[in-house]
Design a protein around this ligand. Structure first.
Ligand SMILES: Cc1ncc(COP(=O)(O)O)c(C=O)c1O
Length: 437
């Protein structure tokens, strides 16, 4: 058989450089390739396999639904779709709200903005989004993302983005020395940008409450202050919970850490919604937003939106998170992981910053000089020793995700403590062995 690199286009890479092993199986926090080499998965592949690999409950739900009925389009009702919407509204507390199902995270974000524009009566309304953010790889979500990977030109204008800095306290764009002050200044800045544009020209603020592939972990005061600011300025707040949702940040959804003070107007989901066992995304609309859409035409939808196989998997996923206490487990092991990473920081001068959410999500940022915080490589380039770190870790049986100067730790929530400790031991050893100068 031809090697995969000869007949498949792979995302986010130079095709000529792609040369990955073929994965043929997995279980829990591990997966293995066709040569029989097994890897502990420290990134849940694409920060999406929150339930681990091959969760039996998900497989069973998909099989049973496939046997019963594979497809119904949205002109008809579908039992698993109704059941999943009900469960999502329960766990998010969006009583009286509505759920729109999508195929993944990008189209969830696109649809959330469509809904915000329609519900606010601002059809051309702009989207406030951050530098160093990622919301998907469709054209619109690429334009809203402030990421080196998704810089699309000249589409930015037509997709109407108002770009603001992130609450990146380690390198605070406002030069503050305190996390809380950095976040407060950032929220003021966002408010000023909305004020300058005129709220009547802004459809929504689209942001992640917490975790993100771009390595930002927002200070604790950021999200509630943003919520307050957007409410005061009469602009919808869309929480992109594609990565931060489903236990990744120690709650069902990251905004829930702040209780009602963090509740967005809309939120978008994917990844952990089915633990990536089958593609599915969703937009949850609060009651007051959904009510505004009740009597007007909804010009959106793709053939497979709300696919029964995916919705059945979503219902099973929620049951698995609950019955296996995975959100609590994520919170507890997230604390263990953060402690271990901070101890590593004491030993390895190359670690400039360690930041973590309240669950199994942490970022380790590498620097040339801890005093000056000079980046190890200019963003988004990667130091050759970090690339070497990834390949040596794989040889030793651990798969890590890295980006620029960041090591992104987001293992499946089903990971056992001894597996986590083992992966961190290997990380610790490699940081000591490799030369980062
Ligand atoms: C925060 C965030 N939003 C949106 C997306 C896009 O999701 P998808 O790849 O399912 O379209 C991602 C994917 O990594 C993400 O991390």
């Amino acid at each position: 058989m031809l090697p995969e690199r000869s007949n498949v286009l792979h995302s986010w890479c130079v095709q000529a450089d792609w040369n990955a092993p073929t994965i043929v199986g997995g279980q829990g926090a591990r997966f293995w390739d066709e040569a029989g080499h097994s890897y502990l998965d420290m990134s849940s592949l694409a920060e999406c396999m929150n339930l681990g690999h091959q969760h039996p409950r998900l497989i069973r739900a998909i099989q049973e639904q496939a046997q019963q009925l594979c497809f119904v389009n949205s002109s008809w009702g579908a039992a698993p779709r109704r059941a999943l919407a009900q469960r999502l509204l329960e766990i998010s507390g969006f009583e009286g709200g509505r759920v729109f199902f999508t195929l993944g995270g990008a189209d969830a974000n696109e649809n959330a903005v469509k809904f915000a524009r329609q519900a606010s009566g601002r059809p051309q309304g702009k989207v406030v989004a951050r530098d160093r953010s990622y919301h998907g790889a469709s054209y619109a979500t690429m334009a809203w993302s402030g990421d080196s990977r998704t810089r699309v030109s000249p589409a930015d204008e037509s997709f109407s983005v108002l770009r603001v800095p992130p609450p990146y306290a380690y390198r605070c764009p406002y030069g503050t020395a305190s996390d809380a002050e950095c976040a407060a200044r950032n929220v003021e800045h966002i408010g000023a940008v909305i004020g300058q544009e005129g709220a009547e020209n802004v459809a929504a603020v689209l942001m992640e409450p917490n975790a993100g592939t771009n390595g930002i972990v927002a200070p604790d005061n950021f999200w509630p202050a943003l919520r307050e600011q957007t409410r005061r300025r009469d602009v919808y707040l869309i929480a992109d919970e594609v990565m931060s949702g489903f236990g990744r940040c120690g709650e069902w959804f990251a905004w829930q850490e702040y209780g009602e003070a963090g509740r967005p107007d809309l939120m978008t989901l994917a990844k952990g919604l089915t633990g990536a066992h089958i593609p599915l995304g969703a937009v949850i609309l609060a009651k007051h937003v959904a009510a505004k859409l009740e009597h007007s035409m909804l010009n959106t939808g793709l053939t497979y939106c709300g696919h029964p196989l995916a919705c059945a998997a979503g219902v099973a996923a929620i049951a698995a998170y609950q019955d296996e206490h995975l959100i609590e487990h994520s919170r507890r092991l997230g604390g263990v992981m953060l402690q271990r990473l901070r101890a590593m920081q004491d030993r390895h001068a190359v670690i400039g910053d360690v930041r973590g959410a309240k669950g199994l999500f942490a970022i380790v940022e590498l620097v040339k000089n801890r005093e000056t915080r000079e980046p190890l490589s200019p963003w988004p380039a990667m130091h050759p020793s970090l690339a070497r770190f990834v390949s040596l870790a794989r040889e030793r049986g651990v798969s890590f995700a890295v980006r620029g100067n960041l090591i992104i730790l987001a293992p499946p929530l089903v990971i056992e403590e001894n597996e986590l400790e083992r992966a961190l031991d290997i990380m610790d050893a490699l940081l000591g062995e490799l030369d980062f100068t």
